[in-house]
Design a protein around this ligand. Structure first.
Ligand SMILES: Nc1ncnc2c1ncn2[C@@H]1O[C@H](COP(=O)(O)OP(=O)(O)OP(=O)(O)O)[C@@H](O)[C@H]1O
Length: 304
């Protein structure tokens, strides 16, 4: 891909991560939490990032939320280069450019303030005008107007998380980042909260990234990106199809992620089933690329 094409694609992107690396050192041991992660999220998209425990999801979110810096690579959100922010710009970035929804209510909401006051406080810290009207508008959008004067302890878990989404949106951010927003909820309430996030994404056009270990989230979003070993590995895209008889149905397709230089990761089961290792044979056809195991097994016999 040429630089010009890449610049054009990035102009339409809210989140761009290029070859992101984050290495932690604990007690002299290095852990590569992100190992060259590439991700591009278009403006207004709703995307879920899923992955097993330890795959690097929280590390990615830490970087995108401006709390942590990568060891190498580049990351930008709404055109702001996250590596080049001064301390002052970082505070402004966290107040205006991104909103957050965390798993624990205690991290999202102050327990002694009502829903309306929690939203108003977030707005006043950022100097955003129109607190009263916006608080009520957001609570209405999230269908929790009845909670306006309730404190978190007087709400259900789902209502608390919907209030947290309202707080995350208080300063009209470009991007809403959610870390396991349904982690403490039962299945039915999780589905309601995810639908609420889908609703605000659609209504307000805010780019939304939901990080979770729960694969069921992919049923609520059009694009699910899987992280494995600190890299994006596969994506599931869902769209509504129409059958010949006119019925609507959801079509989900899984894709392997191709990085900027053409690398892709084959699923482990493909490698095992076809006994692929070390090298494979490739062939360019008119509409696809063929991948075959290298059949000259003799030279590997000694190594087994
Ligand atoms: N501050 C840190 N110091 C050392 N190692 C860390 C630190 N933070 C994360 N790691 C390591 O980096 C890797 C990725 O961790 P991360 O928390 O990003 O994964 P995750 O996908 O969010 O996992 P989970 O779903 O369990 O929250 C793990 O091996 C973890 O032990």
């Amino acid at each position: 891909m040429t630089d010009v094409t890449e610049t054009k694609q990035n102009a339409d992107a809210s989140i761009v991560c290029s070859d992101l690396v984050r290495i932690f050192t604990a007690e002299g041991v290095e852990v590569q939490a992100l190992q060259g992660l590439n991700l591009r999220v278009r403006s207004g998209e709703l995307v879920a990032i899923v992955g097993a425990s330890g795959s690097g999801k929280s590390t990615l979110l830490g970087i995108l939320s401006g709390l942590d810096k990568p060891t190498a690579g580049a990351a930008s959100v709404a055109g702001r280069d996250l590596l080049g922010l001064t301390a002052k710009q970082r505070v402004a970035y966290r107040r205006h450019t991104v909103g957050f929804v965390w798993q624990q209510t205690s991290r999202n909401l102050l327990p002694y303030l009502t829903a309306r006051e929690n939203i108003a406080l977030t707005m006043s810290l950022a100097g955003t005008p129109g607190r009263e009207a916006r608080s009520l508008e957001l609570l209405d959008l999230l269908e929790i107007s009845h909670c306006a004067d309730r404190r978190p302890g007087e709400m259900s878990g789902g209502e608390q998380q919907r209030t947290a989404i309202a707080v995350g949106l208080a300063n009209d951010p470009h991007v809403l980042l959610a870390d396991e927003p349904t982690g403490e909820l039962d299945e039915a309430t999780s589905a309601e909260v995810l639908e609420a996030m889908r609703g605000v994404n659609r209504e307000l056009g805010v780019t939304t990234l939901i990080v979770t270990h729960d694969p069921a989230v992919s049923e609520h979003v059009a694009r699910t990106v899987q992280i494995r070993d600190g890299r994006t590995s596969t994506e599931v895209l869902r769209r509504t199809g129409i059958s010949e008889s006119g019925d609507e149905h959801t079509v989900a397709e899984e894709f392997a992620v191709l990085d900027r230089v053409g690398r892709l990761q084959l699923p482990q089961e493909y490698l095992t089933n076809l006994r692929m290792r070390d090298r494979v044979r490739l062939a360019l056809e008119s509409d696809h690329v063929g991948v075959w195991p290298h059949e000259d097994e003799g030279e590997h016999d000694d190594a087994r």
